[in-house]
Design a protein around this ligand. Structure first.
Ligand SMILES: Nc1ncnc2c1ncn2[C@@H]1O[C@H](COP(=O)(O)OP(=O)(O)OP(=O)(O)O)[C@@H](O)[C@H]1O
Ligand SMILES: [Mg+2]
Length: 253
């Protein structure tokens, strides 16, 4: 198990135990367990179809598990709806961003704060987040759909952050971005980690994700194949050759 759980008696902020999730008769997760402790950056890597998005959706309440347990901030939340989990302090930035393209940047951000904080706190937060996301200040009144892919990704992350989540779930934040924008996104994730935000990061860009993560889980066809220190995973030639396209440190394709 993880070095952190061995080193301390702390309770994880999130515990997933023996989770089974399916789409109809297709089982996408078959007995997945994982833990995240406060302040950690944990990454889930794995090839296409391994079940990475499925586990994030199940954690965030978008998909109902067939069996297993999800415990968030000491409460069993298995089967709770996304609104409940959002209010309790979870924010999912989904794969493909899913921003509202006809709404302005401002309105997209306001939706992220809904149900968590009042408008005064929202205004205070904006000043802070504009430091992290200067582009959103420039485009504040523009429709989300007019932003570039990278800018939309920033908006999606800012929308997740504006609720002050205790746990931020990021699904493939670098997907489809140009190399410079990928750098921007990873730089931002490091900044968020430095602020003490607890992050579960799903990434196919394993080399980049493992370089900034504390711990990692490697998924393969709905199960956890490996979990441990992110650097160990990055340095493990056998695992990388099997799961990362045959070359140490190569991206999972
Ligand atoms: N809506 C759906 N209906 C049926 N099967 C699905 C659905 N969504 C995902 N699956 C299946 O569940 C499995 C896990 O999918 P999931 O989206 O979690 O993978 P992933 O690891 O996020 O992959 P990717 O890296 O491509 O995003 C795959 O076999 C996939 O085909
Ligand atoms: Mg996915």
């Amino acid at each position: 198990m993880s070095s952190i759980s061995e080193a301390t008696d702390r309770t994880p902020i999130l515990e997933v135990r023996d989770l089974y999730v399916g789409y109809g008769s297709v089982l996408a997760l078959q007995g997945v367990s994982l833990d995240i402790y406060e302040g950690e950056l944990v990454s889930i890597c794995g090839i296409n179809g391994a079940g990475k998005s499925t586990v994030l959706k199940a954690i965030a309440g978008v998909l109902k598990p067939k069996s297993g347990h999800i415990i968030f901030k000491n409460e069993e939340v298995t089967g709770k709806n996304p609104e409940y989990l959002h209010k309790k302090g979870m924010a999912l930035v989904p794969e493909g961003r899913e921003i509202f393209s006809t709404l302005s940047v401002a309105e997209n951000l306001r939706i992220g704060a809904f149900g968590r904080y009042n408008s005064r706190r929202f205004a205070d937060d904006l000043a802070d987040y504009f430091d992290l996301f200067p582009i959103l200040k420039e485009r504040y009144h523009q429709s989300g759909g007019l932003l570039s892919g990278g800018e939309q990704q920033m908006l999606a992350i800012a929308r997740g952050l504006i609720s002050h989540p205790d746990l931020l779930l990021l699904d493939e934040p670098s997907l489809g971005l140009s190399p410079t924008r990928v750098d921007d996104v990873f730089e931002l994730i490091v900044k968020l980690k430095e602020r003490g935000i607890t992050i579960l990061l799903v990434e196919q860009n394993a080399e980049r994700a493992l370089a900034i993560a504390d711990r990692a889980y490697l998924f393969s066809t709905g199960t956890v194949e490996f979990d441990g220190d992110a650097k160990d995973l990055l340095d493990n030639v056998d695992i990388t050759s099997v799961y990362m396209g045959g070359k140490k440190g190569a991206h999972i394709l």
